[in-house]
Design a protein around this ligand. Sequence first.
Ligand code: IVH
Length: 685
Amino acid sequence: MAPLLNPPEVSRHDPAAAQARLNALRAAIEQHNFRYYVLDAPSVSDAEFDQLFCALQALEAAHPEWITPESPTQRVGSPTYTTTFAPVTHAQPMLSLDNAFTEAEWDAFATRAQERLGRNTPPVFAAEPKFDGLAINLIYRDGALVQAATRGDGQTGEDVTLNVRTLANIPQFLPDIRPSLLEVRGEVVLSHTAFAALNAAAEAVGDKKFVNPRNAAAGSLRQKDPRITAQRQLQFFAYGLGTAEGLPLPESQLALLDWLASLGFTVSEYRQLCDSRAAVLAYYQAMQARRTTLEYDIDGVVFKVNSRAEQEALGFIARAPRWAIAYKFPAEEAVSQVQSVDFQVGRTGALTPVARIAPVFVGGVTVANITLHNIDEITRKDIHVGDFVTVRRAGDVIPEIIAVLPERRPADAAAIALPRVCPVCGSEVLRVDGEAIARCSGGLFCPAQRREAIKHFASRKALNIDGLGDKWVELLLEHGLIAHVDDLFSLTVARLLTLPRMGEKSAQNLIDAIEAAKNTTLPRFLYALGIREVGEVTARALAVHFGALEPLFAASVEELQTVPDVGPVVAQHVYTFLRQPHNIEVMNNLIAAGVHWPKPAPRAAALPLSGNTYVLTGTLSTLTREEAAARLQALGAKTSSSVSAKTTAVIAGEAAGSKLTKAQALGVPVLDEAALQHLLAIASA
Ligand code: IVH
């Protein structure tokens, strides 16, 4: 597309070249219209299409003698090419809208309207969302719905009456009034929920998915079997009229919408009058902010001169009214090309593919990197290096690649494979069967894992070393001032001052922040260690349960599992982590450097049974095992589900099995129920 959009300057003086470009633009637009309106499968983004369209408009403005009625700028939509639905000629053409993309373009529109109307002030505007669906004309004769047609090329559309009749929010009859003819116009849209369900169902059976709700809505309305349309939960928003005979019409756009609502049509709840430039801009901003929370897509707002008399005075140009404009939002979708895919290594060694794309402006920012989560996502979306892809960034949501445009795949596009070795340290990459995540096996040997571990250690919810952000960590590692988390505590102002462009003040600030972070809490400390699967919540649960580091070290995998939220996998991660010499050394170094936290409340130590661990087995007669465990715990004891040499005693009820045998084998004391009662009694005394 680039050569079409960036004409050589000489074309102005070279009519043949300009004419060639004009033809090329028209052909491209024609082709995109066909894909959009007929195939419901566009291969360029709306923004790219708009750029082509603007380029053609500019060229025609420079050469008005070349404008012909066939030019896409003079027509609406696309001719109907399929024979599935009978053609319908619209009694009154269904027009398009001119677009504004900037405040300046809005101002130009408002000024033109004001001048043509001979007013001293801008006209009052009725504002509505611009629904991103497909336009439909409904014909009511004598109060009954008799025909529904798509917009088609604006003159001729397709008869989709049977399908439209299945839409729940379109009245089949008008209440009370029987005008000889009434054409109601509006937009058919598909909700995000219905769209997601439709695509999930398509994916489940291996069908092609729809690119966006608009195409899905169009596809749903053009079904041969109306029963399928009926299942799709399409919605209709009425926004205007075509021909109307035999009844008086409301005097303004806003009154018209209210009237349509009274007839049973759904109209936008966000309709509003705007009587100043400030009000217009505020409405635009407010709807843009609301955009992500709506259940259906909107791609801008439409401002219409409110007074019908003024609308009539302004009239139409070729394809659009002079009294209305679509003020478009920045596109949330754009097309770009994948230039490469890198694999980033995270704190736990997880390899995350990141697509580097040709920078593209989407959702109000320039996007160049997009995370692809895991290799399965690449396979599922069939992304190759070199592919053109649709990029979406809606609201503040992180950008994503929603689909590849298969018809634009270059011949030399390259498939993407999971690397066999870590791109950072060269260690083997391992992938557990059935898991989506592949990991570098290098552990703290891998510089990337080390770097991420240090960032995590310093982060806000961990040791919260104020000011030690990613940049600092990278700088310190790069210059060899640190290699592991504990090295942070041997940093000095003097050593920091060896860094390039380092000032005394920044150096002192960092040292102060590191010093301050030494005073921490046990949950923070445990979280900061970066044990796999141990997030904030688990770290806190472990800290509460064990109260200090020593009993945590002593805990068996079974005992760890008695902590709330700790299952076998987490328990195993914690257990293994605490037994690795390197980790023990780092923890010792941290404590030796002065990292400390409040000692556990003396409560646990003061209780009569603290330090004892009991295993309950068999059936008790005077209380349940759970009650017995609760009473023992209340007295400071721990209970465990497995017997080890460290078990204080096994409490055996009726029909005790393997645990009793094990206790006997290990020489662990065994108490019967009477002994338990005795123990509880003396401990409670
Ligand atoms: S009024 C005379 N109002 O936008 C033109 N159109 O780009 C009357 N659209 O074909 C159009 N929301 O399909 C109008 N609130 C709204 C709209 C709206 C979406 C569509 C409509 C139209 C297209 C023009």
